[in-house]
Every structure is written in C-alpha cells, then in structure tokens.
Ligand binder design. Structure first.
Ligand SMILES: [Zn+2]
Ligand SMILES: [Zn+2]
Length: 334
C-alpha cells in the first residue's frame, strides 16, 4: 500500500509499505481520511521518544471496515487501545488505563491506505456523515473531555464562565467551538499565528488576540483557562490569567519546562486539571456533535492528497497554514 512514513527528524516519505498485519481481535480498515495532529508534528520534530522512525504516524481516522462484524460500514477509529479489564477501564476512565496503546506511536498509524485496529475500537458513523468531518472526532473528543472535567468542578454553569483558550490549533479551536455550543459567550483565544487568527475569527466563537503583541485582556480574571499548547510560556500565561479559585485545564503536552506559578496556585486555591485523551463516550459524543453541525460548518479544514503529505508537514512546520487542521486522503479517493 502507499503510506506516508516518518523516516527521520523533519522528514516524512511517501512510499510503498507492506499491508498492516492484524493481531488477534483486530480488523483491517480502508482509510478514508486521516488528520494531522499536533502530536504527529511533535514526533516529526524528533521530540517524542515514543515515536521512533521509521513509523507510519496518524491516529485521527475515518474509514470503511474490511472484515469482522462491521464489514462494509463507515467508522471512526478510537485510536486509544485499552485493556478493558483494569480498575480504570471498568470504572469508566479507560483513558487512564495502564496498558493503553495508541496507533501511530509504537504500532503503525493511519497516514496510509489501510490500518489494523481492535474491533472494539470502532465506532459506527451515520452513512451520510462527511468522512472528513468524522476524522475530527478524535481531537474533538480531547476538547470535549477537557470541558467535561472542568464542568465537574466549576461551581457555576459553564455558560456563565469567562474563559481563555491558549492556542488556536485544532484542539484550541474545537475547545472554543464546544464552549460556544454549550452557551459560553465570553471566550478569549490567544494565538500567535495571524493566518490562524483570521480563520478562527470567521467561526465567531472567540475574541482572538496575539499574546506576543497584545496584553492579556483579563489578567487574574478567567474562571477557566484551557492551555491547549502546554509549554512553559503558556503555563506562565495561564497562571497570570486565572482568577482566584479558578481552573487551569492543561490539555497540550508540548514540553515540561517550568512556567506554572505554583505559589499563586496555592495562595489563590487555583485548581489544576490534567487532561489526557478521552473515553469512548467522549468519542461518541463528538461524532454526534460533528454530525449535527453543532460545531459550525468546519470549513476551516484543509484537505490534501496523502502523496503530498511531506509538503503539509513542511507547511505546518513553517506556520504557513491558515487552517487549524490538515486532513490527508489516499490519492485514489481524490
Ligand atoms: Zn491527536
Ligand atoms: Zn485498562
């Protein structure tokens, strides 16, 4: 099959690869669309010790199942494989499973024509759902999971909260769109890339500003800050932005540099919430929201052929992409 393989730091190569080998319980899926994730970029930059080249990256996928009981059906893949038996899995927090595995990490991912995945990781989608939109179920689930954790500890309804989203990539934008869908009217969004700011502004879900040139609109004033970047500088900004007793939701995972103001967190009883991935329920809810158009028209997605994937990675690296998301499709489908 044709695949886009991460072959070296800042190098992905479109080439022939053997078909995926299903393990016990796996089915094969013909891929329709795979979105490029921030974590794929992190690997591309050589900064993820878990993703070692040569490796097919990609875990945000929609496709058509080839075998098993769903054969012939359109599906979204839940790329997070969990044991289903441990305390966390049984307790409804499968994202914390100690045996979790992700495709596109140690196992081959989905920047290809086919992928193998456990049958129980498939989620059916409506036959008339746009497969490009469906490939966004995974990042949407990440945003939805973060928002759900925040709602659990917020003392007042989320719709009344003054929120800051740091980072206008797909997770940041989707988080802002989820907040809008939940009735939140007061959302600021920090994004350094002007192309991205202008494409987000068209979605009318947040007031965008450039944190490198403009002052934070409400220092010490946000009930909730979603850090969708997760680097030292953004943790510093999140610490400055959050109000006493407020919540920092840490969604991004860019580095572990210092930045968090633990003194303020302590003196002002700020709640710090870590977020990792999503559960199957979050994935299902995401499919429903995307299908019903609750997150807008999704016109900000940039669709490209898989064979031009190397250029897409280069463009993302150079900050030349206005879209918050690039989705790659096998060339035979375009
Ligand atoms: Zn992802
Ligand atoms: Zn488990």
């Amino acid at each position: 099959m044709n695949a886009l393989v991460y072959t070296d730091t800042q190098e992905v190569t479109y080439r022939r690869e053997p078909l995926p080998q299903p393990r016990e319980g796996d089915v094969r899926v013909d891929i329709t669309a795979t979105a490029i994730c921030g974590s794929d970029m992190h690997a591309y930059h050589g900064k993820d010790a878990r993703r070692v080249p040569p490796l097919i990256l990609g875990h945000e996928v929609s496709g058509i199942v080839l075998d098993g009981r769903y054969a012939g059906q359109r599906m979204v893949i839940n790329p997070l494989m969990t044991c289903g038996e441990c305390e966390d899995c049984v307790g409804g927090r499968s994202n914390l499973c100690r045996h979790r595995e992700l495709i596109g990490m140690y196992l081959p991912g989905a920047f290809a024509e086919q992928v193998a995945i456990a049958e129980r990781n498939l989620l059916p989608i409506p036959a008339d759902m746009n497969p490009i939109h469906a490939s966004l179920a995974e990042p949407t689930a990440t945003g939805l999971h973060a928002v759900a954790l925040v709602e659990r500890v917020l003392p007042r309804p989320l719709s009344e909260a003054h929120c800051l989203v740091i980072g206008g990539g797909a997770i940041g934008l989707l988080t802002a769109l989820i907040l809008k869908a939940k009735g939140c009217v007061s959302v600021d969004l920090a994004e350094t890339n002007a192309l991205r700011r202008s494409s987000i502004e068209q979605q009318d879900c947040a007031n965008c500003f450039n944190p490198l040139e403009e002052a934070l609109p409400s220092p010490n004033g946000y009930d909730v800050v979603f850090d969708c970047v997760g680097c030292g500088a953004t943790r510093r900004s999140a610490s400055e932005a959050v109000r006493p007793g407020g919540i920092i939701s840490h969604v991004g995972l860019q580095d572990d540099a210092e930045g968090l103001d633990t003194r303020k967190l302590t003196l002002q009883e700020v709640i710090f919430l870590g977020n990792y991935c999503y559960t199957r329920a979050d994935m299902q809810a995401s499919i429903d929201m995307l299908y019903r158009g609750q997150l807008g028209d999704l016109s900000w997605i940039d669709v490209r052929p898989l064979s031009t994937g190397a250029q897409a990675f280069t463009d993302l690296h150079n900050g030349k992409v206005a879209a918050a998301k690039i989705v790659l499709q096998p060339d035979t489908l375009l």
